[in-house]
Write a protein that binds this ligand. Structure first.
Ligand code: GDG
Length: 745
């Protein structure tokens, strides 16, 4: 089994200069961590034994060089490049990714730009990535898509290859609903639908997972069950996987002579001064300015530390094409000048600022030799620097000061936590960190190290892949029940050979889609024609078995020769007969129940009550999903006291709660036709929990079909009402030999 990793950037950067190609492997972060894990898969006999990486090679490559780059990347790095021009990257990467999604998802709505041109480019680049995957993917492969640049890709792939195993991991925060909804409707719905194309969607923290599930509920109306969301033809699971680091690489770094040399130089330069370290990409989310303000105030408040401490701020260039970044760089440099000018002396530089990239050795040495790690982003998906700093403390000494708004804060509770907007708190935190007793430093770091060691980058990746395989296995199990191929052929043969046949068909969600109000879901002429044609076949009994009240069914299906069961079995009408109740039922309870339901309707905008002869229904399809959940819970509580003493039952339907007489069910309605006609062939189709009553009661030989990808007692399933309509049409086109047709009941 092969794993295809898809990310915006490959872990190799290719540069073309004056006709020459230069290949550089990127260091640190996800790329190296993941690659070293992937390399081990084969030797461990892991189910996934081979991997490929698809992504942009980091720069625009001229048309004449592309074939050479592709072949070099494939043979030496297992990489498959997606070539994108500078113009495209400008609108896609610097545009939609970094001027829309990045600021908004990091809670900077005022920096968010909403350009339709950028959005269109985002869609188009996701399509280009989709084509690149399709060129390479083989049956049985699993695809793992990374990050916010490719949020539409999972659904695009799902559309092309419905049974492909697709995972997606989101490396940045997923914002709360109020922030996410700021995106135009088309964009936000496409993003959610895009992500739901995956079998598994992973986030760093439980909060991000919950925010995603909440957005799915509020915007697409899909509820979830323990993170599992039933989409049109598959289940998508959202779960939390906090990314780890290559722990041993950082913890053992000081054993590397190059790193040790850097450490020695570092210590020589700092003398007996304490060093506070910060490492960030140049980005407004990293809170660099706030941190400098905090440090400035610290120096102002605690002059006793003058000459004894320096802040080493390593800022790594990034996204130089976005204006805000350049403005911020200027601001940082002004502050550095101000702080050094205000407090510095010939023998002491309070703030050492460096704007460049570092080798792993230099970075590891800085982590290892510094006393305090000051990691105070305003918002961060996880923040690996915090983890790397703690892992690098081989002797356990050192203190981490961490923002509570970084994803890493969830796992690093022993750090000194700060609110990055609270300069006072930051000042106190710096002082506390510098003065923390050594035993306490060691105790805290050991605790964190235990966790970092256990849940490292390999464990993270393996956890994700195993969960993806489990979700896929569950889907495959279900797929064996998909009514198609030989199973369908055999069913048609049995149908053709049978002397008498019964087709029990649920209505809403099975033959037609759900509508906002029940009266709008009337059957189309094509469906009526198909049902009439089926019903006209001698020996056939077609029965609509529904929860609807009988007058509506009569209006829609009366006079067509179709049998009907109304109110889940309370009323029955045989082919060409009249309506009659299956058993004597009372409805003197309705008045009181309706008062309770009406009270709830008043408190839930969009909800309404439907009165049937032997049932009362509370409908909430048009209402806000979260408030509905609360009101339904309250209503159930109110009703339970009443129904406990009456012969009533409460039934949870699809966005509806129904109170009806006990002892009425689709089982009773369906069995009535089975017992009366003793048909040779039975088909029973339904999508609802109420259909499960019937599925459970049916003999094993019956073709019971669940509509929707969910666990069910039915023998088979079909994805949706469209497939059911198609199936009925196929049934209606079956020709019967004279003899068989004549022998009908
Ligand atoms: C996203 C999320 C999430 C940085 N400069 C140099 C260098 N680095 C390495 C660090 C670290 C990594 O890059 C940066 O880690 P972050 O966590 O800050 O990641 P982001 O790049 O912002 O990316 C973030 C992450 O994805 C993972 O899911 O944690 O929240 O924004 O590993 O060491 N390494 C070297 N030289 C540098 O100059 N060698």
């Amino acid at each position: 089994m092969r794993l295809i990793v898809v990310s915006n950037r490959l872990h190799v950067t290719v540069e073309e200069k004056e006709g020459k190609l230069n290949y550089k492997q990127s260091s640190g972060g996800l790329a190296t961590g993941l690659s070293s894990y992937l390399e081990t898969m084969k030797s461990r006999n892991f189910e996934v034994s081979e991997y490929l990486w698809i992504g942009w090679p980091g720069s625009a490559i001229s048309a004449g060089k592309r074939a050479e780059v592709s072949s070099e990347l494939a043979s030496k790095y297992r990489c498959h490049p997606v070539f994108l021009s500078e113009k495209v990257m400008d609108k896609f990467y610097l545009g939609f990714c970094n001027k829309t999604i990045w600021p908004l998802f990091h809670y900077f709505p005022t920096l968010t730009n909403y350009s339709a041109e950028h959005w269109n480019q985002y869609v188009s680049v996701n399509e280009t990535f989709c084509d690149a995957v399709l060129e390479i993917v083989k049956p049985g492969d699993i695809v793992w898509v990374h990050d916010y640049q490719l949020m539409l890709l999972p659904a695009m792939l799902r559309k092309k290859i419905p049974d492909l195993a697709i995972g997606y991991f989101h490396h940045i925060p997923f914002p709360s609903f109020e922030i996410f909804r700021l995106l135009p409707r088309e964009w936000r719905n496409s993003i959610l639908e895009g992500l739901l194309g995956s079998d598994l969607v992973g986030f760093h923290t439980h909060d991000y997972t919950q925010y995603f599930l909440r957005a799915v509920l509020r915007m697409l109306g899909h509820e979830h069950n323990l993170g599992a969301i039933n989409c049109d033809n598959h289940t998508s699971v959202a779960d939390t996987f906090p990314i780890g680091i290559d722990y041993e690489k950082f913890n053992g770094a000081s054993k590397n002579p190059h790193v040790q040399k850097e450490i020695d130089e570092f210590k020589k330069a700092s003398g007996d001064k304490k060093i506070i370290l910060s490492v960030d990409r140049l980005d407004y989310t990293k809170g660099i300015i706030n941190r400098l303000r905090g440090y400035e105030l610290f120096l102002e408040r605690y002059p006793q530390w003058h000459g004894h401490v320096s802040l080493l701020s390593l800022v790594v260039p990034s996204r130089t094409g976005v204006d805000q970044y350049m403005t911020m760089k200027k601001q940082i440099e002004e502050m550095v000048g101000k702080i050094n000018g205000k407090f510095g002396s010939v023998s002491w530089t309070p703030l050492i600022y460096q704007f460049r990239s570092y080798s792993f050795e230099a970075l590891a040495a800085a982590y290892s030799a510094s006393d305090v790690g000051l990691v105070t982003p305003l918002r961060d998906g996880m923040n690996l620097v915090a983890k790397e700093f703690v892992a690098s403390k081989a002797d356990g000494r050192g203190v981490l000061v961490l923002s509570e708004t970084a994803g890493a804060a969830r796992e690093m509770g022993e750090a000194i936590m700060v609110n990055p907007n609270d300069v006072d708190e930051m000042t106190l935190a710096i002082k506390e960190a510098l003065e923390l007793p050594e035993e306490e430093q060691i105790r805290r770091n050991k605790e964190m190290q235990k966790r970092l060691k256990r849940y490292d980058i390999s464990r993270w990746a393996e956890d994700f892949i195993l969960k993806l395989l489990a979700v896929k296995a569950e889907r495959s199990k279900l797929e064996t029940k998909l009514l198609r191929g030989n199973m369908k052929k055999e069913m048609f043969e049995k149908y053709g050979k049978a002397g008498s046949r019964l087709l029990l068909l649920d209505y809403d969600g099975t033959l037609v889609p759900f509508a906002n109000s029940p009266e709008k879901a009337r059957p189309g002429s094509k469906l009526i024609e198909t049902l009439k044609k089926l019903s006209a076949v001698p020996g056939n009994d077609v029965v609509i078995i529904s929860g609807r009240e009988r007058h509506t069914l009569e209006k829609w299906f009366g006079g067509t020769g179709i049998g009907m069961v109304a109110e889940h079995g309370a009323w029955v009408c045989e082919k060409g007969g009249a309506w009659h109740a299956l058993k004597p039922l009372k409805n003197d309870w309705k008045h009181q129940i309706m008062q309770i339901v009406e009270r709830c309707v008043d408190r839930l905008p969009g909800a309404f009550m439907e009165e049937k002869e032997f049932a009362v229904v509370f409908h909430y399809r048009k209402s806000d999903s979260e408030l509905s959940a609360l009101r339904v819970r309250e209503l159930r509580d109110d009703l339970i006291h009443f129904t406990a003493n009456a012969d009533l039952q409460i039934l949870m339907g699809n966005k509806a709660l129904e109170i009806r007489c006990a002892g009425v069910s689709k089982e009773v309605g369906g069995m009535h036709f089975i017992v009366a006609n003793k048909p040779d062939f039975i088909l029973s189709v339904g999508d609802d929990v109420t259909d499960e009553d019937l599925f459970k009661a049916l003999p094993e030989t019956v073709y019971s079909v669940k509509v929707g990808v969910e666990r069910s007692s039915a023998r088979y399933y079909l994805p949706g009402f469209t497939e059911v309509n198609g199936l009925l049409e196929e049934f209606s086109n079956i020709k019967f030999a004279e003899k068989s047709a004549d022998s009908g009941h």
